[in-house]
Structure formats: structure tokens, C-alpha cells
Design a protein. Structure first.
Length: 168
């Protein structure tokens, strides 16, 4: 709180008066960071030519953002003690990002770039893999970035149209 008061600038009582409580302050900060995260992901797919490109770019932007913002990433995606907003079902605006990924997976299935199946299950598997790589990089900064990038490419290759060429 002291650092925030210096940055704003204000006094702690003014800060608490504005937000009402420390929990509300933390929730507001989390919602703001999550909005910035969502904007970064949306911007990353704006020029994508296909659902495959959107899936790949979304994963790249997720990894990039998490590694560039490890503190915010930990709070938003790796903490259980953060106050959650009830209006978002307990996770700050979680549905928007996952829904977009599910839509991309569904569209990739519709055009034959992915095998038919449950788009939610495949989107969750993809998210879990990208989240795992990002969490690994956040928790263990000594893991070379090139290794994380290569693992992300393995995942992208597994979801590429070429993967199904000989197995359909």
C-alpha cells in the first residue's frame, strides 16, 4: 500500500476511503491487470489469418505477457488467496478469454484443421499446456526462454493442419 500511495500520490486513509477496503483495492487492481492481459491477447490475434493463427498467437501472447509480468501473473493465475469478484463467477473476467479460445478451436474444427471433438476439452487442454509453460517460466526464471518458446512451437505443431495429413 505504501508504494501505491507514493505512486498515486495519496495517503493510506485516502486510498482506503476511495476503495472501501484492502480487499476491494486488491480486487480493483486484479481486474485492471486482467483487463490489460485480455487487451494484449485480443491485440495479438487482430491480424491473424485463420483460427490456427489465432490459437498460436493467443498462446504466444499469453506466454509473453506472463513472463513480462510475473507478479501480476502469479496473482491472477497462480493464487488462491486473492479476493475474487462474484460477478465473474469467482475468477476476474475469466470467461471472455476462454470463450474466444473455444471459438477459435471450434472454427478450426469446422474448417477441418482440427479433428472433430469437444472444442471446450481441446481448448482447455491447450490452455493448460500454455499455462503450464508460462507458470514454469514464472516460477523458474532460469529456464531458458528458448526452451519455453520451443515447447510452445511443439504445441502449435500438434494443433497444425499438417498434423492430420497422414492420420485421417
Amino acid at each position: 500500500v505504501a508504494g501505491l500511495c507514493l505512486a498515486v500520490p495519496c495517503t493510506p486513509p485516502s486510498l482506503y476511503h476511495h476503495f472501501g477496503s484492502v480487499n476491494q483495492l486488491i480486487l480493483t487492481a486484479c481486474e485492471r491487470e486482467f483487463a490489460l492481459f485480455r487487451e494484449r491477447l485480443a491485440a495479438s490475434v487482430a491480424a491473424a489469418a485463420s483460427p490456427q493463427d489465432r490459437i498460436r498467437q493467443r498462446g504466444r501472447a499469453y506466454l509473453d505477457w506472463g513472463l513480462a509480468n510475473p507478479g501480476a501473473y502469479r496473482v491472477l493465475f497462480m493464487s488462491v488467496g486473492v479476493p475474487r469478484s462474484p460477478r465473474h463467477g469467482g475468477v476476474p473476467a475469466a470467461g471472455a478469454g476462454l470463450a474466444a479460445l473455444v471459438d477459435d478451436v471450434r472454427e478450426a474444427m469446422d474448417v477441418g484443421h482440427l479433428d472433430a471433438g469437444d472444442p471446450m476439452a481441446l481448448a482447455l487442454a491447450h490452455w493448460a499446456a500454455v499455462h503450464g509453460l508460462t507458470s514454469l517460466g514464472v516460477i523458474n526464471p532460469e529456464v531458458p526462454r528458448g526452451v519455453l518458446d520451443a515447447a510452445l512451437e511443439v504445441l502449435a505443431h500438434a494443433l497444425s493442419p499438417q498434423r492430420g495429413a497422414g492420420h485421417r
